[in-house]
Design a protein around this ligand. Sequence first.
Ligand code: IMP
Ligand code: MG
Length: 177
Amino acid sequence: MITIKDKQFEPFIHHEQIAERVTALAQKLNADYTGRNPILLTILNGAFMFAADLVRQLDFDHEIQFTKLSSYDGMDTTGKVTELIGLSADIKDRDIIIVEDIIDTGTTMYHLLPKLKERGAKSIEIAALLMKPGKLTKPLQVKYCAMEIPNEFIVGYGLDYDGLGRNYKSIYVVKEN
Ligand code: IMP
Ligand code: MG
């Protein structure tokens, strides 16, 4: 059990299981992207750890870019997406793989996808560590997803509660009391 600010969290997904699922996802990307030199567009802050583990297992040429988007405040989505660091790279005619920590309502991705299309991306796919299908409110195709979870708030492996808890190598779920 861990405590972050006013909340307690209990073990949910062990780091060994995360590693297995990330490896399986990397293998799918390896099968699909050879010879295409895609841009892996990593969404800060939450996806930094997932991206670091993922790219070390990719065996095709690729470039890594970052953008920082924010939609969550504490344990809830605000429904609005704020761009805190923009994407400066030229993405015209490029294959894009968005690397995201977790798809919750889908608002963040729904905001980002048209912007990438407008800038002339050749193809856009989403690679997400986690997804909460029960909370999705937008029509989103997530071609690469490592794990699906129920509608619970989690921390660890890059994901935070109020800025804290990103450092844990396993994932923890909030304990309702
Ligand atoms: P969406 O825009 O509602 O899909 O929310 C996606 C963003 O909210 C993710 O990139 C995360 O940063 C954050 N988020 C969603 N669910 C959780 C969670 O359970 N723990 C921590 N962050 C979360
Ligand atoms: Mg995020």
